[in-house]
Design a binder for this molecule. Sequence first.
Ligand SMILES: Cc1cc2nc3c(=O)[nH]c(=O)nc-3n(C[C@H](O)[C@H](O)[C@H](O)COP(=O)(O)O)c2cc1C
Length: 172
Amino acid sequence: MDFLDLVKLRHSCRAYTDQPVADHLIDEILAVGGNAPVGRGLYNNLHFTVVQSESALNRIREYSTINGNDRSFGANVLIFVSTNNLENLISYENVACAVDHMALAASNLGLGNCYLYGFIRDMVQENAPQLDALNLPEGYVPLAALAIGYPVQNQVKPPKTELISKVKIQRV
Ligand SMILES: Cc1cc2nc3c(=O)[nH]c(=O)nc-3n(C[C@H](O)[C@H](O)[C@H](O)COP(=O)(O)O)c2cc1C
């Protein structure tokens, strides 16, 4: 897909069907995420966890569901991005680059997706027991995740017809 068309198409999806996502699609998204630009080339300080087993998803949903609202939006694939280098602030940027690349890759494959941050931050701050579902290697902390899946009908938005920056621009 033309890159600008992809940017016009990508949007956050906050409700997913049960339709499974094929492994080769997840693999493509991971390959794109693992080739995102990463400050100082610190790929070794990042870690991807694909949460897709029923047991792991349920454990994460146990935490993400507050007052009946699932903050992982019922997605049946969640790719968590973790770092073992929190003391270096560049790790936060690197995680964001990887998630954003994966979001674009998912949209390019016709998959709904959403960048998840809030409930993961809360999980880490509270050291929630549900973090065990990630089975992370020693020293790694999750900072964000990408929810992926097939969007329910009312989540499918028409692509933007033109790209107008939502961020104020100043030229000096
Ligand atoms: C760093 C970051 C954190 C985000 N955290 C969440 C989140 O926790 N939950 C959520 O529903 N959306 C989250 N989003 C999605 C944004 O709300 C969304 O991208 C923004 O409102 C623009 O909408 P769009 O993605 O549909 O273009 C996050 C996005 C980014 C880049």
